[in-house]
Design a protein around this ligand. Structure first.
Ligand SMILES: N[C@](CCCC[B-](O)(O)O)(CCN1CCC(O)CC1)C(=O)O
Ligand SMILES: [Mn+2]
Ligand SMILES: [Mn+2]
Ligand SMILES: [Mn+2]
Length: 301
């Protein structure tokens, strides 16, 4: 099978400069060769070029910032990822901020309407236009995929293609009040860091998959935000939250999902190489590449 590395140098879903350089650093660290060394055929024809639109022509819609830019970029990503999936490739999307997952998951669900989503993150990214506090759309992609909240015409291309019972979270520890309410109202299964502590990562992954993929027969889209990891493990990210996953817990999730043989698409999001010192950047880029390799078959034995 062929991997398609989709480099998405995009930062419009959040305010910090630099996250658009994430894909460049991940590829420069040798990720393509590393995947080839795992035996994959890898397609990478350069990072995506997103034409900017000036903020003058993209005023906020309510609280939402850069709405037209984010919508247009994510629609483009949905088409690219969707085309790779349709052609039997495994898209590995490198962010870039997590708003991109509105596109990647839309793309996956177009070909695999029954796919389940494992969302690994400190945050739920499920704010609606009504509940968002920041107006940063990287905190909202899941609400668009579920079709929650008031319809926004500029985002009409996003179909509510994800069902709540096909979504599960691992690593949550920083939710807005509105998001907690949304998870409860929609009966969305979430394994926060409390559950990780209580049951251990092995049981958590098993319970998460039992929930969204009980017969282990549904395709899996893994959307991994590096801020799910503890900031001591992945410091160079825009919204770090203490008390996160260890290096091994993060890798275990990826290894276990590889073991299912059901992975059809992967996102590795929110690496921001302009944050913190060079050693932190190297550490974060290195762990990002390592997580991708683990999700794609690198094993310890
Ligand atoms: N939920 C946040 C963070 C989203 C993080 C997106 B990512 O892709 O990185 O998972 C947090 C907003 N929150 C508002 C109140 C403040 O005191 C703290 C941050 C938001 O901005 O909506
Ligand atoms: Mn996220
Ligand atoms: Mn996050
Ligand atoms: Mn983040």
């Amino acid at each position: 099978k062929t991997i398609a590395v989709v480099g998405c140098p995009f930062s419009g879903g959040q305010p910090k400069l630099g996250v658009d350089k994430g894909p460049i650093h991940l590829v420069e660290a040798g990720l393509v060769t590393q995947l080839e060394e795992l035996g994959w055929h890898v397609l990478f024809d350069g990072h995506h070029q997103f034409e900017e639109i000036s903020t003058a022509s993209d005023p906020p819609i309510g609280k939402l910032k850069n709405p037209r830019l984010v919508s247009r970029v994510c629609e483009g990503v949905a088409n690219v990822v969707g085309e790779h999936v349709r052609n039997g490739r495994l898209p590995v999307t490198l962010g870039g901020d997590h708003s991109l997952a509105m596109g990647t998951i839309s793309g996956t669900l177009k070909s695999y309407p029954d796919a389940c989503v494992v969302w690994v993150d400190a945050h739920a990214d499920i704010n609606t236009a009504e509940t968002t506090v920041s107006g940063n759309i990287h905190g909202m992609p899941v609400s668009f995929l579920l079709g929650l909240g008031v319809e926004i015409p500029e985002f009409s291309w996003v179909k509510p293609s994800l069902k709540p019972e096909r979504l599960v979270y691992i690593g949550l520890r920083d939710l807005d009040a509105g998001e907690k309410k949304i998870l409860k109202e929609n009966n969305i299964r979430a394994f926060s860091m409390h559950e990780v502590d209580k049951y251990g990562i092995g049981r958590v992954v098993e319970m998460a998959l039992d929930h969204v993929n009980p017969n282990r027969d549904l395709p899996i889209h893994l959307s991994f935000d590096v801020d799910a990891l503890d900031p001591s493990v992945a410091p160079s990210t825009g919204t770090p939250v203490r008390g996160g996953l260890t290096f091994r817990e993060g890798h275990y999730i990826c290894e276990a999902i590889h073991e299912t043989g059901l992975l059809v698409a992967l996102d590795l999001m929110e690496v921001n190489p302009s944050l913190a010192d060079p050693e932190s950047v190297r550490q974060t880029v290195t762990v990002g590449c390592s997580l991708v390799r683990s999700a794609l078959g690198e094993s310890l034995l």
